[in-house]
Design a protein. Structure first.
Length: 413
């Protein structure tokens, strides 16, 4: 298992600060008329295509198995006989249970699919995913392939096994290791280690938190889906949004890079390259100049791959032992592919609700492309931050994305 997968499982330990939760994403979709048997078979087929969906994750080891797990069976929940009030109560109860669950990955349970009948030609589809089994790009792929199979199409199969792809990544990381160590050694003393966040409680005293999200839907500029530095532009926009509120001079961004090669695009698994990138912010510096500095830092850290974030955290702990946590704000954009394919929204359903949870993360800033718009979701433990803080931060992020758009359209960087 990767370092991230092991950390996700360890994070389920309630004795850890901000632990006691599974690393988990949950979705609901509004659907019309659905061919239940066809959808159930499409879901089952995904488990035959991707070994990671039927594997066991335990003790740091991934064990492949041929038999399909129980979660390969789509469950059907019939609420058609209930009143509207009873349906609402049942849906609320269902969301309350499933959206916060810790999948039993040690028993081969990594996800689930439920079709909830609400009435004539009215259904809701619920989907959940443990990130122990695969990263964000994995569940985006799974939803896309579900729609392809449902529509009678055959998805492209991955050329290489996950093991082969990880070996190729390890070789690339080895080739750039010396450069990574040189850059980190040069920069680490100046990293923006801490943030003056407005906690509602002490993070080290919280566990088994409940999560909420401040969601926004805004215009999606063309550069967000086409420019290779789009993540850098969004990263600086968020840094400015947060630091303009807290008065800090920057943010050490926990950046799970989800970029994949052509060979990796059809693969389920944890192929995330987690980077810690220092983003400076100075309100007295013109926006263009601040953005230029941020983009330069991003490119500098993208010049190497696969360097273990745990090694950097240990070095930070030695330099700054009073910091209990470093880079606990996760910035995770996926903008090169849509969250939901056109085939999914046209034939299965449209997004109704989404929430996620990640152990030992204070803020998880997610940015997706959804039906031609930019979907922002800032996920936070409700016990740690106020709703007002999260909502203001989301508004601020949208504002700074607009500023990044202006900079890009006026000559770019």
């Amino acid at each position: 298992m990767s370092d991230a997968q092991c950390a996700y499982i360890a994070g389920q330990d309630p004795s850890l600060p901000l632990g006691g939760v599974g690393c988990h994403a949950y979705f609901e979709f509004d659907c019309g008329d659905i061919d239940e048997a066809h959808l159930a078979e499409a879901w089952r087929r995904l488990f035959t295509m991707h070994p990671e969906m039927r594997a066991v994750y335990s003790g740091g080891i991934i064990t492949d198995r041929e038999e399909l797990p129980e979660c390969s069976r789509m469950e059907v929940v019939d609420l058609t006989a209930l009143s509207d009030e009873e349906k609402d109560a049942e849906l609320k109860s269902f969301r309350g249970r499933v959206s916060v669950r810790s999948c039993k990955t040690e028993n081969g349970e990594c996800c689930g699919l439920w079709l909830i009948r609400l009435g004539s030609d009215e259904n809701m589809l619920a989907f959940d995913w443990s990130l122990v089994a695969g990263d964000v790009k994995s569940f985006v792929l799974v939803l896309s392939e579900l729609a392809e199979l449902y529509c009678g199409r055959e998805p492209k199969t991955c050329v290489y096994s996950t093991d082969k792809l990880l070996k190729l990544r390890a070789a690339a990381a080895s080739a750039t290791k010396a450069r990574a160590e040189s850059i980190i050694a040069e920069d680490i003393a100046g990293y923006p280690y801490g943030l003056t966040l407005p906690y509602s409680a002490k993070p080290e005293e919280l566990s088994a938190c409940r999560y909420a999200a401040a969601d926004r839907l805004t215009d999606c500029a063309a550069w967000i889906t086409t420019d290779e530095d789009a993540d850098a532009r969004l990263m600086y926009a968020f840094t400015a949004a947060l630091c303009s509120m807290t008065g800090d001079g920057g943010l050490l961004v926990n950046y799970p890079c989800f970029r994949r090669s052509e060979a990796e695009k059809g693969c389920v698994g944890d192929l995330t390259d987690i980077k810690l990138i220092p983003m400076a912010y100075d309100s007295d510096v013109p926006a263009r100049e601040g953005a230029e500095r941020a983009y330069a830092a991003y490119r500098r850290y993208m010049s190497f791959t696969g360097y273990r974030a745990a090694n950097i955290r240990r070095r930070i702990a030695r330099l700054c032992p009073e910091r209990a946590a470093a880079a606990s704000v996760v910035f995770s954009p996926v903008c090169d592919v849509p969250l939901l394919s056109g085939l999914f929204t046209e034939n299965i359903g449209r997004l109704r609700y989404m929430i996620s949870q990640t152990p030992q993360v204070m803020l998880d800033v997610q940015t997706f492309v959804l039906e031609g718009s930019l979907y922002i979701s800032i996920v936070y433990p409700q016990e740690l931050f106020s709703k007002d803080f999260a909502e203001t931060l989301a508004d601020n992020y949208v504002k700074y994305i607009s500023l990044a758009d202006e900079i890009y359209n006026n000559g770019g960087i």
